[in-house]
Design a protein around this ligand. Structure first.
Ligand SMILES: [Zn+2]
Length: 114
């Protein structure tokens, strides 16, 4: 999904990223389950979009998220939003991509539906 949102980073070093600016973020969310639910899904796509895109799009991430809104922290937050989510990829611009993988969620799981 694509999310238009602003952020301003609190950093321990001088950086232009400390000034308020915006990105068209590209976000990929990966979910898995041992089994499909009664509707034949792992999770409804539109519900995922609602929880992530619906909450963040056209917002100021500093106001919406309770942490320094780096791409890394955003990816970790997305993984924490769904028990079935084991990975999120957050791209803030060309070549600037962060990925979070929760290895605890995938450890020992066989016969996955992804
Ligand atoms: Zn930025």
């Amino acid at each position: 999904m694509e999310i238009s949102a602003a952020h301003q980073l609190k950093l321990s070093y001088a950086s232009k990223c400390s000034r308020l600016h915006g990105h068209n973020w590209h976000v990929r969310v990966f979910l898995m389950s041992r089994e499909l639910n009664a509707d034949g899904m792992v999770y409804d796509f539109s519900e995922i979009k609602h929880k992530i895109h619906g909450y963040l799009d056209h917002g100021n991430l500093n106001d919406l998220l309770p942490f320094n809104p780096t791409a890394e922290n955003i990816a970790r937050w997305i993984v924490s939003q769904f028990p079935q989510c084991y990975k999120a990829v957050v791209q803030e611009s060309d070549g600037n991509v962060a990925q979070c993988v929760d290895e605890e969620k995938i450890k020992g799981v066989e016969n996955l539906v992804m």
